[in-house]
Design a protein around this ligand. Structure first.
Ligand code: AMP
Length: 281
């Protein structure tokens, strides 16, 4: 497995693969890898000739009071995991090389970036879309793999790939959970034992909401009220509880077709997100 740190070398590697006519599956990450990330790599391994993984804690997507400096960095272990998952190359760019000063351009996706995580994290999705666009330009993958865990991020990426005519297939992959249902996240390591126990309320509430919908409660206001009552009991602060149209995150008042139930809440200093997509007949 190649470990590539310079943008120039990454581009050289990617272009040589393209000249050889092989397909490239790409998995962008911020490192501190867990089974969720590995599931994306394994899927990419199955569907492509080459697998490129990036590990880059992108400063652009963190707000001024967020955890950029404290974000866990576990490079040595990550490289072992990438190798075991079958990556051909891991790209670990340095910030100064990746964003050559002055960097004056960014990708902004309107509308779908404004609700949900966009409220508490202004500018976050510009940071995400810009880093992903730059990575796409450098790697020029055939397919790129993202987790449904960051559902809004996935919708944003699909949108700009479509809007900007990029010839990349975006593949959304299922959320990988701990045995007790907690969605895997690099930020779970911020949780104390008590906070981790309380955080189980997110998945439990999503499962309950799915049952309520099945039972015929399709009014979004009623669902959100019921969910709020459950999550409020355990979370230190609820950021949002939303039920949106799954395809484009449009606001809805009644569940119909495919909907995404998305939640964000604080447990101690950790802000956790989770979601569930439900398709009605
Ligand atoms: P991150 O390192 O948090 O930026 O995540 C990199 C990629 O892994 C993103 O596409 C995430 O959606 C995905 N991912 C993170 N956690 C999970 C999970 N529990 N299950 C599936 N994919 C995940």
């Amino acid at each position: 497995m190649k470990v590539i740190r310079s943008k120039h070398k990454l581009i050289k590697y990617a272009r040589s693969q393209q000249r050889a006519g092989v397909s490239i599956g790409f998995v962008p990450t911020m490192g501190c890898l867990h089974a969720g990330h590995l599931s994306l790599m394994r899927r990419a391994r199955k569907e492509n000739d080459r697998v490129v993984v990036s590990i880059f804690v992108n400063p652009l997507q963190f707000g001024p009071h967020e955890d950029f400096a404290a974000y866990p960095r576990t490079e040595k272990k990550d490289l072992v995991l990438c190798s075991a998952a079958g990556a051909d190359a891991v790209y670990l760019p340095a910030v100064v090389d990746f964003y050559k000063e002055p960097c004056l351009s960014s990708i902004h996706v309107r509308g779908i970036t404004e609700g949900l995580c966009g409220v508490a994290r202004p500018g976050h999705f510009d940071g995400v879309a810009t880093v992903v666009m730059k990575l796409f330009q450098q790697v020029r993958p055939t397919r790129a793999y993202f987790g449904n865990k960051d559902y809004q991020q996935l919708v944003v990426i699909k949108q700009f790939v479509k809007d900007l005519d990029l010839s990349i297939t975006i593949i959304g992959c299922p959320i990988v959970r701990e045995k007790d249902g907690l969605a895997m996240s690099s930020r779970n390591r911020y949780l104390s034992e008590d906070e981790r126990m309380r955080a189980l309320v997110l998945n439990k509430t999503l499962l309950r909401a799915a049952e309520w919908i099945k039972e015929g409660i399709t009014d979004v206001a009623a669902l959100r009220k019921r969910m709020k009552a459950l999550i409020n009991k355990q979370a230190d602060k609820v950021d949002y509880i939303e039920v949106r149209r799954a395809a484009d995150l449009r606001k809805i008042s009644t569940c119909r077709g495919s909907v995404v139930i998305a939640v964000a809440a604080y447990f101690g200093k950790a802000r956790l997100i989770d979601n569930k997509v439900i398709t009605m007949k």
